[in-house]
Design a binder for this molecule. Structure first.
Ligand code: AMP
Length: 121
């Protein structure tokens, strides 16, 4: 699985394109989706070059995997939608063609701020 260095999230990671940043640490960057589908629509991406969840799962280090999963929780807390301080959210990762993935850098969507609705159309 080859990684396209010119995908839009790679450009955001290199600061070539701006984003509305929510959170950043050693492992993840999070920013608002430009085309929000819910009241809150954030994206969380690993800093490493991974095309999708399968690529990440097979190649990422344990620290990167933990960093990404913990990152989702940190960001949900920051957005006040985590289940301990808020009303919850949905996180999904679209994978490849049938998953409807458009940007070929692994990303989790975080939807919240209102009832998210049915899981698939
Ligand atoms: P996916 O279909 O899972 O690959 O989702 C890609 C998401 O990236 C879509 O929800 C887009 O609205 C979002 N997106 C594309 N370009 C940008 C950008 N420059 N900044 C923030 N979000 C973006």
């Amino acid at each position: 699985m080859s990684y396209d260095n010119n995908n839009i999230f790679a450009k955001i990671l290199r600061n070539e394109i701006p984003c509305e940043k929510i959170y950043e640490d050693e492992y993840v960057l999070s920013f608002y989706d430009v085309n929000p589908q819910k009241k809150i629509h954030a994206l969380v991406i690993p800093k490493g070059k991974y095309v999708n969840l399968d690529d990440f799962t097979s190649k990422a280090t344990s620290d990167e995997i933990v960093g990404l999963i913990k990152g989702i929780n940190i960001i949900a807390k920051k957005l006040n939608i985590s289940s301990d301080i808020g009303k919850g959210y949905r996180t999904i990762a679209n994978v490849s063609e049938h998953g409807g993935q458009e940007v070929p850098h692994l990303h989790f969507h975080i939807f919240g701020g209102e009832k998210v609705g049915k899981i698939v159309e």
